[in-house]
Design a protein around this ligand. Sequence first.
Ligand SMILES: Cc1cc2nc3c(=O)[nH]c(=O)nc-3n(C[C@H](O)[C@H](O)[C@H](O)COP(=O)(O)O)c2cc1C
Length: 204
Amino acid sequence: MFIDATGLDERAAYRLLISVIVPRPIAFVTTVNDAGLVNLAPFSFFNGISGDPPLVSIAIGRRGRERTKKDTLRNIESTREFVVNVATEELAESVNLSSGDYPPEVSEVDLAKLTAVASDRVKPPRLRESPINLECRLVEIHELGAGPTSLVIGEVLRFHVRDEILSEGVVDPAKLRPIARLGGDFYCRVRDLFEMKRPHVPRR
Ligand SMILES: Cc1cc2nc3c(=O)[nH]c(=O)nc-3n(C[C@H](O)[C@H](O)[C@H](O)COP(=O)(O)O)c2cc1C
């Protein structure tokens, strides 16, 4: 079977796409507005882009028929800073709770009973309950498509990694216990690991 994308309405295309690209990591993003109110929301159109400098991307769609900007996008546009907190099994309920369509004056950090601690290099705080926090400075925002979707690219200025999940300079996934997003309302745990060494091909 094939599905021609030109014949699909926006919702059908979105539902199909998020069931195809799985599992997706979840950035649990903290931002602040101009008055300093902390906002928290999950984003699974999230990925790493490069190591030098360390860059990450988050794609933020618009809300509802009115296509209003989400608080996270407004805050990043205005302060040019954000923190990516990695979503773990312990944070699953909070991820779901904080994705509700709350008015800007509601802080999802308080709602989810989480703890905001001061960041070192950026104004938005990081979440104490997340074992990894990436303090990011905005590099650029690309507006894409009719939605439009805002592709936010940020540079990681500081990595915070809890000591007990680090092993020889990298994060041990068995200790991190991240969650990831699938299609529909499904999530998965990262529990079934296997390892493969890449082939060594001598340079010609
Ligand atoms: C697991 C999960 C992943 C999500 N990923 C995205 C995403 O990648 N892009 C997006 O625009 N919305 C995404 N959402 C929806 C936003 O979290 C939701 O619109 C939220 O209310 C935005 O909050 P804000 O207005 O405080 O920024 C996701 C929701 C959940 C539960």
